[in-house]
Structures are given as C-alpha cells and as structure tokens.
Design a protein around this ligand. Structure first.
Ligand SMILES: Cc1ncc(COP(=O)(O)O)c(C=O)c1O
Length: 408
C-alpha cells in the first residue's frame, strides 16, 4: 500500500529520484509543496518560453473548452483557424501555407516522416522510404521518431523495432555526400535534422558549409528536408526558427514544445504549398486530438504574448548575457569541457556525471536539463523562459557553478 502523502508514488518506475512536488509557478520560478521556490533554468523540458503563471493562456483554453468540447479534426473551428492564420501570417517562412496539428513533438516528427513518404509516393517513387538522420540526434519516442534519430541511451534495447534508417555525422559534410551515394538517392525520401542539436548533443552546431551541402543534396534529389524545430523553434535560439541561423532551407518545419509554451500539449507540422499540392486529394490521416481546440486557443495566446512582449528579440539579447555569464563563471571549472549555444539555448558539456550535477542543482534550488549521447556523454542544458532577468541569470549561473563544484 502506498502512503497517500508520499510523492514518489507518482513515479511510473520504482527507483526514480525524489523530485520536488511543484504546486505553481510565476515567471522563471516554480513553487514547491514545501513552500520553497526553484529557479527553472530549463523552462521545464525546454518548453516554457513565455514563463509560468500566465493566466490569460488558461482563460483562452477555458473559453474554447466552454464553447465546445470536441470537433473532428478535419472540420475548421475558430480556434484552429486563428492559430493557422497566425502561424502562416506571422511565424512561418513565406510559402509555408499548410499545417497539420498534433499533440506534441514526437507525433510531429513521426508525421513528418510519413509526409516525406507520402510525398515520394505521390511523385510515383514507391522505392523511396529512407529518412536520413544524424548522429547524435533526438526526435522523440514513437518508434518512427526513434528510428530516424540517434540517441543511444533512449534507443537502447528497442533496436529490433526500428527501421534501419541511415545516419550521417552531425558535422561532416563529406560524409553526408558519401551516404547519399552509398544509399542511392532513388531510395531516399527525406532528411531530418535539428538545426542545433538539443537533448542528444547539448547545442552542437554544424558549420554553414555542412547545411549548404545538406540543402543542395536534398534539392538535387528531391529529398524532403525536415527541420526538427521542436526545441529550437518559436524563438528559443534568438531567431524565430533555429534553421534561420544557417543556409538551411527546409521543406517541412516541425514544432512542438514552445508552441504551447508548456501550457498545453500541441505540436505542428508545416509544409510548403508545393509539397501540399503534390498530395492534393490523397488524404493524410489525423490523430483524434489533431487541432484540439483548447490547445489551439492556448497556443494562439502563447504566440500573441511572444509577439506583444517581443520575447523572441529578448531571447536573443538575454541569450548574449547568458552566454557571457556562463563563460565568465564556468570557463576553467575542472569539469567543464565546452560551453555553446545561441539565444536562450545553451549547452555545457562536462566531464562529470550529469545526473549528479542536476541533483546537486535541485538541492540548491535550480532546475537544469540533463543532456548528451554518443560523442557528448555528459552535458547540462540551460534554457530559461525568455522573461528571465539579468539578476536571475546571475543567480542561475552562480548556482550551476556551485553545483558543479559540489560534485565529487
Ligand atoms: C528536437 C526534438 N524533437 C522531438 C522531440 C519529442 O517531443 P515530445 O517529447 O514533445 O514528444 C523532442 C523532445 O525533447 C526534441 O527535443
């Protein structure tokens, strides 16, 4: 029998660390059940772009729920139309006029794989099924998303379930050329990439030359280039989309996390008019909760707040502050190997156990995100809400330094 007052009964698996119970939040702060507060240095799972306690987002979701509970996904509703129009009119690059809503990042990347396949079939190329992924990378936990990614820890043991999608290194343009040749472009449907590698690489950033090569090869062979912007989208890296930092020209943009700002589960797959036109009349099966109205209403409000408070610009400027403070405080710390990132999206690669560092930070009132796989075994990600102040950045960096120093 579990103790009704024991928070560990929430854990799906026994042995999960004793995380604090969170009862609320405001700005960059989480309120905990013991009456304390914790600095949310990672916006939860790098979702909380607008910060916490925004009751107008709750009001928007409530209004949609009160109006009607559920409408089948193919039918328009005011909340779906508003979100679609805001995204197409103000957020997506020119020519991206078509959107498919999902419940989060994994459903979105998985749908993008399906879209790449459907596009190739529509072009009379049924032999094209492979979607090239990168090593390391993370695209979510559906079996399709896992197959396209290379996150050794999260894939371990599931390999027999996963399609053998080819992988290219995250930074080597010559290898990309070689893999296209070896695999035969007549079998390749898509190429999926995080513009800046998130959970698997803690902000690994490839060169312009690499992205130019990827874009050119995809264009040359009519392979759909999918930008996985689940972490990097909606202003996280200081530009609207992460791919805008590079000569990286996608056919499909996949988003999740920041679209709902952490308030609702929602993701979106956007594609160009050209790709959507190729699929005219073919059907693209939706999920039961595609276009969920409360989620759409909340996401529209999240985007409105980002626009109204110019938070993408703030992500850029506060990101410069974060980068310089991290370097000042952590360069030369015995465990720190590298500090890298753009906007409010930073990775600190370390030579210490990342989980020990994360727990040391929690004990000191700070949440940071554990990351890394393959060539980046241990890293911490720092990605606070865009409303973070300079004083809060100073506090975050001080506590992170103390947490690293405390790990033996
Ligand atoms: C780049 C990227 N793609 C996809 C996903 C999966 O998103 P979700 O966890 O919302 O399903 C994540 C989650 O961390 C991610 O970082």
């Amino acid at each position: 029998m579990s103790d009704a007052h024991d928070p560990s009964r929430y854990a799906f698996l026994p042995g999960t660390p004793p995380y604090p119970t969170v009862t609320g939040g405001d700005g960059v702060w989480l309120h905990t059940a013991d009456g304390g507060r914790m600095l949310d240095g990672a916006g939860g799972a790098i979702v909380g772009n607008i910060g916490w306690g925004r009751s107008e987002v709750a009001d928007a979701a409530r209004d949609a729920m009160a109006a009607c509970g559920y409408v089948v996904p193919l039918w328009p509703t005011p909340w779906r139309l508003e979100l679609r129009d805001r995204l197409v009119g103000r957020w997506l690059p020119h020519g991206f006029g078509h959107l498919f809503f999902t419940s989060g990042g994994s459903e979105s990347t998985d749908s993008a794989l399906r879209l790449a396949r459907a596009y190739q079939v529509s072009q009379g190329r049924p032999d094209r099924w492979k979607v090239i992924g990168r090593h390391p990378s993370y695209h979510g936990m559906t079996v399709g998303a896992m197959a396209a990614a290379s996150h050794l820890g999260r894939q371990a043991g599931y390999e027999p379930l996963l399609l053998p999608f080819p992988k290219v290194p995250w930074d080597d343009a010559e290898q990309v050329v070689k893999v296209f040749e070896q695999e035969d472009p007549a079998t390749i449907a898509g190429f999926i990439a995080e513009p800046i590698t998130g959970a698997a690489g803690a902000c690994l950033t490839a060169s312009d030359d690499y992205w130019r090569t990827v874009t050119e090869l995809c264009r040359e062979h009519d392979v759909l280039l999918i930008a996985d912007e689940v972490m990097t989208g909606y202003g996280r890296t200081g530009t609207t989309w992460g791919h805008q930092h590079f000569p990286f020209d996608p056919d499909v943009i996949v988003g999740g996390k920041g679209l709902g700002g952490g308030y609702v589960p929602i993701g979106a797959v956007a594609t160009t008019d050209r790709v959507a036109e190729a699929l005219r009349g073919s059907g693209f099966m939706y999920f039961t909760f595609t276009g969920n109205d409360a989620s759409c209403a909340a996401a529209s409000k999240v985007l409105e707040i980002l626009e109204r408070e110019q938070l993408v610009e703030r992500s850029r400027t506060m990101g410069e502050v974060l980068g310089s403070r991290l370097r000042d405080a952590l360069d030369g710390q015995r465990y720190v190997r590298d500090i890298r990132g753009r906007g409010l999206f930073y990775g600190v690669e370390i030579d210490a156990n990342r989980d020990a560092v994360v727990m040391a930070a929690i004990e000191r009132g700070l949440w940071v995100y554990p990351a890394g796989s393959g060539p980046v075994p241990n890293a911490i990600m720092v990605a606070p809400p865009f409303v973070v102040s300079e004083a809060e950045i100073d506090q975050l960096v001080d506590v992170l330094r103390a947490s690293l120093d405390a790990v033996g």
